[in-house]
Design a protein around this ligand. Structure first.
Ligand code: C2E
Ligand code: CA
Ligand code: CA
Ligand code: CA
Length: 279
C-alpha cells in the first residue's frame, strides 16, 4: 500500500489516508487551501416531483489544489473535521452558498432553496448559530430557504445539546434535513426525538429500487413513515427515469441526482432549471 504513496496525487485518489503522516500533510495543505482560495462550490439542483421543476440546490464543496490536483470531499472533509478546520471551511461554504443562491434566483426569476451540509463539529461549535443568522442577514435570503443537512451520526452524540441547537435553528426558521437516511445508525426513534423537517433517502436505496425488492420496500416504508410524521421526503442519487417514476408513484416529494444534473457551477444551475422546467 505504501508504494502508491510515492506520487501524492495517486495516494489521495486511492484514499489511503490511514497513514498519519499523510493525514498531516493533507491537513496542512487544506489549511493553505482555505487561505489561498483553492475551494469552490458546485450546486446540485433538486426538483419537485409535483411538476415544480428545480426548487432548490445542494451546495457541495470542491478543492482544487495546485499540488494535489482535485481532492474529493469524502477525503478532505474528515481531515477538516479532525483538524478543526471544518469550522472555518463550513463558515465559508455557508456564506458563499447564500450569496450564490441570491444570484441564481435573481437570474432565474424565482426563489430557490439552499441545502448545506453540516458536520457534527460545526453543530457543536458555540458560534455556529450566529454564523447561520449572520449569513442569512448578510445575503438577504429568507430563513425558510435555508436547509441544513445533518447525518444520523450527529444524533447519537450528546442528545441534549443537539436538541437545543436544532430547536434554536427551527426557531430561526431554518429547515432541518436528515441526510443519507436509511444507512448507518438509522433508528426510527431519532425521528421523533429530534426536530426533523425533511428526510433524504440515501442513494444506495434509490439505486437498488429496480433490482432488489427489499430496497424498494424500504423506500416505500421511509416515504410512508416520513409523511405520517409530517416530514418531506427527498431522494438522492436518482439516475434513471425508472427510478424517478417509481419515486413519483410512491409519493416522494423531491429528487436530485445525475438524471437531472451533477453538482455544477452556479451559472449552470439556471440552464438546468430551464431544461427541466415543469418536470
Ligand atoms: P452527500 O451530502 O451525500 O452528497 C451527495 C454526493 O453524491 C455528492 O458527492 C454528489 O456529487 C453525489 N451524487 C449526486 N447525485 C448522484 C447520483 O445520481 N449518483 C451518484 N452515484 N452520486 C451522486 P460529493 O460532492 O463528492 O460529496 C461527498 C460528500 O462530501 C457529501 O455527501 C457530503 O457528506 C460531503 N460534503 C460535500 N460538501 C460538503 C460541505 O460543504 N460540508 C460538509 N460538512 N460536507 C460536505
Ligand atoms: Ca448532503
Ligand atoms: Ca446524502
Ligand atoms: Ca449518501
Amino acid at each position: 500500500a505504501k508504494a502508491a504513496g510515492r506520487n501524492g496525487v495517486r495516494w489521495f485518489e486511492h484514499g489511503m489516508l490511514d497513514d498519519n503522516n499523510d493525514k498531516l500533510s493533507l491537513s496542512a495543505a487544506l489549511r493553505q487551501a482555505l487561505e489561498h482560495d483553492e475551494l469552490s462550490l458546485v450546486f446540485q439542483p433538486q426538483l419537485d416531483l409535483g411538476g415544480g421543476g428545480v426548487v432548490g440546490v445542494e451546495a457541495l464543496v470542491r478543492w482544487s489544489s495546485p499540488r494535489l490536483g482535485s481532492v474529493a470531499p469524502d477525503r478532505f472533509i474528515p481531515v477538516a473535521e479532525d483538524g478543526g478546520m471544518i469550522i472555518q471551511l463550513g463558515g465559508w461554504v455557508l456564506r458563499s452558498a447564500c450569496a450564490a443562491v441570491v444570484q441564481m434566483q435573481a437570474e432565474l426569476g424565482q426563489p430557490l432553496r439552499l441545502a448545506v451540509n453540516v458536520s457534527p463539529r460545526q453543530l457543536r461549535s458555540a458560534t455556529w448559530l450566529a454564523e447561520i443568522t449572520d449569513a442569512i442577514e448578510a445575503s438577504g435570503i429568507e430563513p425558510k430557504q435555508l436547509e441544513v443537512e445533518l447525518t444520523e451520526g450527529i444524533l447519537i452524540e450528546d442528545h441534549g445539546d443537539v436538541v437545543a441547537v436544532l430547536d434554536a435553528l427551527r426557531e430561526v426558521g431554518v429547515t432541518i434535513v436528515l441526510d443519507d437516511f436509511g444507512c448507518g445508525y438509522s433508528s426510527l426513534a431519532y425521528l421523533t426525538k429530534f426536530p426533523i423537517d425533511k428526510i433524504k433517502i440515501d442513494r444506495s436505496f434509490v439505486q437498488e429500487i429496480t433490482s432488489a425488492d427489499t430496497d424498494a420496500a424500504i423506500v416505500d416504508a421511509i416515504i410512508v413513515m416520513a409523511h405520517a410524521l409530517g416530514m418531506t421526503v427527498v431522494a438522492e442519487g436518482v439516475e434513471t427515469e425508472v427510478q424517478e417514476r417509481y419515486l413519483r408513484e410512491r409519493g416522494c416529494d423531491e429528487v436530485q441526482g445525475y438524471r437531472y444534473s451533477p453538482g455544477v457551477p452556479a451559472p449552470e444551475v439556471v440552464r438546468v432549471a430551464r431544461a427541466w422546467a415543469g418536470v
